[in-house]
Design a protein around this ligand. Sequence first.
Ligand SMILES: [Zn+2]
Length: 222
Amino acid sequence: MKITSNSNIELFDKSINSECPHCGKSTNLILISPPNFKALQRFRPKHTGMAFQCASCAEPIFLKFEISRYTESQVGFFENFTLIERPSIEFEFQYIPESVVNDFKEALNCYSNFSYNAFAAMCRRTVQSTASEIGAKGKSKVQNQLEEMKEMAEIDDETFDILKQIIIDGHDGAHPHLPNLSAERAEILLELIKDVMYQIFVRKGKLKKAVELRSQQIATDK
Ligand SMILES: [Zn+2]
């Protein structure tokens, strides 16, 4: 893959495919804004970005490429790229109470934007608003799920302690002293917080709805 000096037209050896962060389809990406050859030659960055368009939904998609070589007439790129925007995380938000859902959505946004420490802080807030929503048992429920997850997923002790500090222990206030979160641990925390929301709100909400539908059915049958 390269850009040449004479035409500034990019030549891709093969088509670029990716999962679209907007429509979720695995699709062909169409290059919309190629980098400027002269500017690359002048500043010689190690990486550069390009804007593509999803062939399915036409939304813009930004990719980052590593540059493999500079020659007088060409700039070469490695084929691997980084998707700058992550697909937004799907969830059955309709079952989560209003007082909790905004914190939870903001936590997921932080995760999608690679802001892992902000994600950790918002997960903590989500657990706190959950506790105020469902009362004192909230925190112990979350703690139980964390412990269950540790056993099921065989999470190491250090990760377990960090997650526990983030969502349960630690100081409160404007600047809780939360440990830094790596990408790997953020992924585990994401699964945990989704599981917590599911177990506490979604499961209950679905059961309730099923029971309601059932009693409506019985009432109409009579
Ligand atoms: Zn799309």
